[in-house]
Design a binder for this molecule. Structure first.
Ligand code: MRU
Length: 346
């Protein structure tokens, strides 16, 4: 196995802390321009998450960890309320920005448990970020062991460096396998309607000089039918205690297709994506975004509407492996998930 220190293709950082505070790479502008925006209030961070300036579950969690630094400062400077009340209120406000990415909840819960948020939050947030990058590299190394020679992979949405602290989960696996010469071809689904695949995943591959092919989401079935895909590799916004997962809408259809065609299906995600309170996928809140994100303007103010759920749930029985930094769980189920949690506690 290659070593973590020798991993390549690690140049992208979507969340940065500079001397004057938090900066986010504005993902709405990619791939056309690379612009970092200064975020200097909890309100600005709430809006940045809600409007997808920063997106991808682990990256949202990291941004929120730095949000705790901002929340502590704001609360300390707010004469109107007691420090802890004001700090918690700001963290709860950040939590309400997007409902499905459980990393947001897990980061903010951890922020609530800091003993001295004013003194410690910044070091803790730096550590949250560093742990995420390290987790992604561990995931890449162990998950790529599952892939044989000349593997053809399909990924969905963007579970890359942009969606994390860096390196990526699903894209970390692909980067690592590519470095080892195991990849024949990479396909990225467009990921309508927001086009995370076309805009963000391909931008990452282009930046790292890794060849990849774009497909329309609806082309996946015929590619699988022709034997052109060996593994579907995706990230997750939430992993339940029975191994069900939530990820970008369209992931479930890929898992059904993969099962039908005998294609392997991998979910790569850090431990911070586990929702210890969700027993099954039915417990996950699926974000519904505005109809106008998918509805052509022509239909505005008519009797035509649109439904826009932006995540879906893939049941554990369709998943070949969940890979976290704590190891590989093949054919996940409730007892294997519980064992994973127990191993981490001890
Ligand atoms: O709506 P988004 O772009 O935040 O959705 C992101 C995804 O669905 C990712 O696949 C998921 O968060 C995992 S990112 C490592």
């Amino acid at each position: 196995m290659i070593k973590k220190e020798t991993l390549l293709y690690d140049s992208i950082r979507p969340v940065i802390w500079r001397d004057d505070g938090l900066y986010l790479l504005d993902q709405r502008e990619l791939p056309m321009q690379e612009v970092y925006r200064h975020i200097n209030s909890t309100q600005a961070l709430y809006e940045a998450i809600k409007d997808m300036m920063v997106r991808g579950a682990p990256a949202i969690g990291i941004a929120a960890a730095y949000g705790a630094v901002i929340a502590a400062k704001e609360s300390a400077e707010d004469p109107g309320s007691n420090f802890i009340d004001g700090y918690y209120q700001r963290l709860d406000y950040l939590l309400s920005s997007r409902p499905t990415a459980i990393n947001l909840f897990n980061a903010l819960e951890a922020a609530k448990n800091l003993t001295d948020p004013i003194g410690n939050a910044l070091d803790w947030a730096h550590e949250w970020l560093a742990n995420d990058i390290a987790a992604n590299k561990s995931i890449g190394l162990s998950a790529s062991e599952l892939l044989g020679a000349n593997t053809n992979v399909l990924t969905h949405c963007n579970a890359g460096a942009l969606a994390t602290g860096g390196y990526g989960t699903a894209l970390g696996v692909i980067r690592c396998a590519y470095q080892q010469g195991k990849i024949n071809r990479i396909y990225a689904g467009e990921t309508r309607p927001w086009n995370q695949g076309a805009r963000l995943t391909l931008w990452e591959f282009q930046k790292d000089n890794i060849p990849a092919s774009l497909i329309a989401d609806s082309a996946a079935a015929s590619l699988m039918h022709k034997g052109m895909i060996d593994w579907v590799i995706v990230g997750a916004d939430s992993i339940c205690m029975n191994g069900d997962i939530a990820n970008k809408v369209g992931t479930y259809s890929l898992a059904v297709l993969a099962k039908h065609h005998g294609v392997k299906f991998m979910v790569a995600a850090p431990m911070t994506t586990i929702d210890a309170n969700a027993q099954t996928g039915a417990d996950i809140i699926i974000e519904q975004r505005a109809a106008d994100e998918i509805l052509p303007e022509y239909y505005a103010n008519t009797q035509i509407n649109a439904l826009n759920p932006v995540f879906d749930v893939t049941p554990a029985e369709l998943i070949s492996a969940i890979v976290t930094e704590k190891g590989v769980i093949e054919l996940p189920n409730a007892s294997k998930m519980q064992q994973l949690i127990n191993n981490v506690k001890h």
